[in-house]
Every structure is written in structure tokens, then in C-alpha cells.
Write a protein that binds this ligand. Structure first.
Ligand code: GTP
Ligand code: MG
Length: 442
């Protein structure tokens, strides 16, 4: 959602880095660029102006121009201000007393789906959740939630009827009787914000006395999302916002302005229609991604979910021994596809935009990964262990076996040699030193 912002801002920082010693006019120019990037990302003018003014004030106060590494100093100021802008969110834990959560929002924002996602999120932590729906207006709305509830372990769907007040009372009854950790109450959406709707929501809140009122907003509504949030928070004590359809191509400015304009915390981002498509809103991580600093934390978490400790230990042992065969190379390629393919990984890595562009130019894609795996599979065991054996006729045989060409085999061998070279350097210098060398190149 922040792609164009990221590429613009990384260009600006890149230029600053190249300049080395900065003049005040360089900083001004960079800030102008950042302001344009913010506006293009759909951040409101008021927020963008304020942001740039504050960064400038900090930059002058900290004497950025005379600091040892001015471009890094200014990157840090922009980073910290963006984190502040997005705001730290209190995570929705259920460690204390049972919580009653009410979902509100416009029609089609994703309330029902998100109610299911929240229930699943809690159920994964072994919490008992009661789900109920007061959407008596749209036929099949209650059934929609019940179907979701049936998919979630340990969730209980409270019985429904034709009357909103009664549904609330019966849901409360089930919640207490079952001694549940949470009650998630879905409500009906309306096309527009109107008095009738707000009144009904206030009435529901009067009965259930919600601990959290979660506003679900579709990020695709752009600047309107802010007006919606403002109107809802005038009528109800909104405790948090969940943004949906973050998987679409909406610009991310809404997320940037939400806290400042409405004072509402963003709790989660929803990234798809499935029950697991929801992630914590973590300002530090998002800003890291935004500034092209990469989301290494997410990548590490993903890797931990996918690979066993033994696999990692074995890889580390081999690395220390300096062994890196085509089989190891294939294992790495396979790991990459397990992690969700190149694009997913790239998005989380530093300078991903540039890398992605570079890879597009060089024609590297998930398809070539599959092709490379096929090539490695048609090698003999000996060849896999000693790439120097690969002469013309062997390459021809391998290419035929993999349904590929000799040029492609050559390309792969080159890549392998590059990786091998990297490996030797790591062995010589140690991984930490390599990481620090690579870090300095950024
Ligand atoms: N791509 C994508 N689709 C989503 C997301 N969240 C919800 N949807 C889809 O959006 C549509 C509407 O979602 P609902 O959960 O029914 O929305 P609602 O707010 O309950 O709608 P009403 O009850 O009619 O007010 C469904 O088709 C969902 O699958 C998301 O994060 N990404
Ligand atoms: Mg609904």
C-alpha cells in the first residue's frame, strides 16, 4: 500500500547519501520531496505540512548538517517522526478480565469478516469466544457470521432472533454463562452515516457496555475513511480502528493520517478475505517498510514459522565447514518459495524497491526459480558437488533433462558461483562482519 511512497522516499534518501556533506538547501529539497510523497500517498495536506515542519525543526535543532553522517541523521528523524505519526497501538490482549467487543462501520467495510478474524485470533491463543450478530436487516447476514464461527475452534455462536435488543441480551447471557474470554458483537452496516444508525449503535452499547468499540474501515475509501472515523468517534467511544483491504492497491496515507486526524489507534491491518489474513499494526515495522529499511522482523518470524531448528542448525554447520553444493543451493531456492516467493521476501528486505526493479530488469522471477530447481534436479550427484565438472556436453544433457537451454544452465552456474563466493567471504569474515559490511553499503 505504500509502494510509490517508498520508492519516492528511497530516491530522496539515496540522493542525500550521494551528496555526503549536506547544505541546508539539500535538506530543504529533500523535505519538499517528502511532502510531495506524503500528499501522493493520500496524506492530508494539513498532516503533511505539519510533518515536514517538525522534521525540519528537529533537523536544525540536532544540527544534522554538521553531523558525521547527515543523511543517516535525517533518515532517523524522518523514521522517528513517522513512527510517532502512526502512533503506538495497545495490542488487543485478553489477559485481563473478559472483554466485550463491538464491531461498527459502514456497509461492506468488512465488519463481519473482521469479527471472524478477531475470533480466530483469540481462539489461536486458547481463548473462548462468543460471537453474535445484530444484523437483522440484511438477509443472510447472521448466517454469514455463523458460517465463519463454525470454522473457528472453541467459538460459540449466540442464538439470534428478530429483535436487536433481545439479541444483545441473549448474547450477554451466553457470554456470562459460558464464562467466555470475549464477546464479539457484529452490527449492521449502513450505506451512509445517519442518526438512526448511530442511535441504534448507542443503544446496543448501552445494553452490552462494550469494553472496546472497533471501527472497521475500508482503506480503499481513501480520504473518506478519515471522515468516516471522525463521524463515528463523535457518536461512540471508538477504542480502535481496523483497516481492511490493505491487500488492494490503495495508497497508505489513510493509515498515516488516521491517528493525527481522528485520535483513533489502528489495531490491525486486514490483508485478504481469509480468516488468517490479519496482522498487528506495528508502527515501527510499517515505517521500516515505508522507508525501504525492510521488515526483517517479519521475515525472521516467517522463517521461524516455516523452518525447523534442526534445518537451521544443519545449514549453519555446513556454512561453517564451507560446504555449499548445488543441493544446498536448491534447498535455499526451495526455502525461498516456501516463504511465499521472491516478491514476498523482497517486500520485507531493505531497499526492496530497488532490488525489485533490478530483478525485473534481469528477468528474475518465481518462474525462473522453478526452472533453476529443475536444472539442478537433472544434475548427477557428482555434478552437484563439483560444478567444475560441468563441461559443454554435460550442460547440454542437463538442459535437455530440465526442458531448458544451455544458456539458462550457464546463467544458473554463474549465480551459483556468486553464491559460493559470498559463502567463502562469510566463512572468512564471519556472518556478523559481512552483515555490517553490507549494512554500510546501504
Ligand atoms: N480483499 C479483501 N477483502 C475483504 C477484506 N475484508 C473483507 N473483505 C471482503 O469484503 C466483502 C464484505 O465484507 P463483510 O465482512 O461482509 O463486510 P460488512 O462490513 O460486514 O458488510 P455489511 O454487513 O453488509 O455491512 C466480503 O466479500 C469480504 O470477503 C480484506 O481485508 N481484503
Ligand atoms: Mg456484515
Amino acid at each position: 500500500m505504500f509502494d510509490s511512497f517508498t520508492s519516492r522516499v528511497s530516491d530522496i534518501f539515496e540522493k542525500l547519501r550521494r551528496n555526503g556533506v549536506l547544505k541546508e538547501s539539500d535538506v530543504d529539497e529533500a523535505l519538499r520531496g517528502i511532502r510531495i510523497a506524503l500528499l501522493e500517498a493520500d496524506v492530508s495536506l494539513e498532516v503533511a505540512k505539519k510533518f515536514v515542519a517538525e522534521v525540519k525543526e528537529k533537523a536544525i535543532g540536532q544540527n544534522v548538517i554538521r553531523s558525521i553522517s547527515p543523511s543517516q541523521a535525517i533518515t532517523k528523524i524522518v523514521h522517528d517522526r513517522l513512527v510517532e505519526l502512526l502512533g503506538k497501538s495497545n495490542q488487543m490482549e485478553l489477559s485481563g478480565k473478559p472483554r466485550k467487543i463491538m464491531m461498527v462501520g459502514l456497509q461492506g467495510a468488512g465488519k463481519t469478516t473482521t469479527a471472524g478474524k478477531l475470533a480466530k485470533f483469540f481462539s489461536k491463543k486458547n481463548k473462548k469466544v462468543v460471537i453474535a450478530s445484530t444484523d437483522i436487516y440484511r438477509p443472510a447476514a447472521i448466517r454469514q457470521l455463523q458460517v465463519l464461527s463454525d470454522k473457528i475452534n472453541g467459538s460459540i455462536f449466540a442464538p439470534s432472533c428478530e429483535n436487536v435488543d433481545e439479541i444483545c441480551r441473549s448474547a450477554l447471557g451466553t457470554f456470562k454463562r459460558e464464562n467466555a474470554d470475549a464477546l464479539i458483537l457484529d452490527t449492521a452496516g449502513r450505506l451512509h452515516i445517519d442518526e438512526v444508525k448511530m442511535h441504534e449503535l448507542q443503544q446496543i452499547n448501552g445494553i452490552i457496555e462494550a469494553d472496546e468499540i472497533i471501527l472497521v474501515v475500508d482503506i480503499m475509501t481513501g480520504q473518506d475513511a478519515l471522515n468516516i472515523a471522525r463521524r463515528f468517534s463523535e457518536a461512540l467511544p471508538i477504542s480502535g480502528v481496523i483497516l481492511t483491504r490493505v491487500d488492494g492497491d490503495a495508497r497508505g496515507g489513510v493509515a498515516l493520517s488516521m491517528r493525527v486526524v481522528t485520535g483513533c489507534e489502528i489495531k490491525f491491518l486486514c490483508t485478504g478475505e481469509q480468516l488468517d489474513d490479519m496482522e498487528f499494526f506495528d508502527a515501527e515495522r510499517i515505517v521500516g517498510r515505508l522507508l525501504g529499511m525492510g521488515d526483517v522482523v517479519s521475515l525472521v518470524e516467517k522463517a521461524q514459522e516455516n523452518f525447523s531448528r534442526e534445518e537451521e542448525e544443519e545449514a549453519a554447520k555446513k556454512m561453517q565447514a564451507g560446504i555449499f553444493t548445488f543441493d544446498d543451493f536448491a534447498a535455499q531456492l526451495e526455502k525461498m518459495s516456501k516463504l511465499g516467493g521472491l516478491k514476498t521476501i523482497l517486500k520485507m528486505l531493505p531497499q526492496s524497491q530497488q532490488l525489485e526493479n533490478l530483478m525485473e530488469i534481469n528477468g528474475v522471477s518465481d518462474k525462473t526459480v522453478a526452472k533453476n530447481l529443475a536444472i539442478i534436479r537433472s544434475m548427477t550427484r557428482k555434478e552437484k558437488r563439483n560444478h567444475k565438472l560441468l563441461n559443454g556436453s554435460r550442460k547440454k544433457r542437463i538442459a535437455a533433462g530440465a526442458g531448458s537451454t544451455v544458456q539458462e544452465v550457464n546463467k544458473l552456474v554463474k549465480q551459483y558461483e556468486g553464491a559460493l563466493d559470498m559463502f567463502k567471504k562469510i566463512k572468512k569474515n564471519g556472518i556478523m562482519k559481512m552483515a555490517s559490511i553490507m549494512g554500510k553499503q546501504r
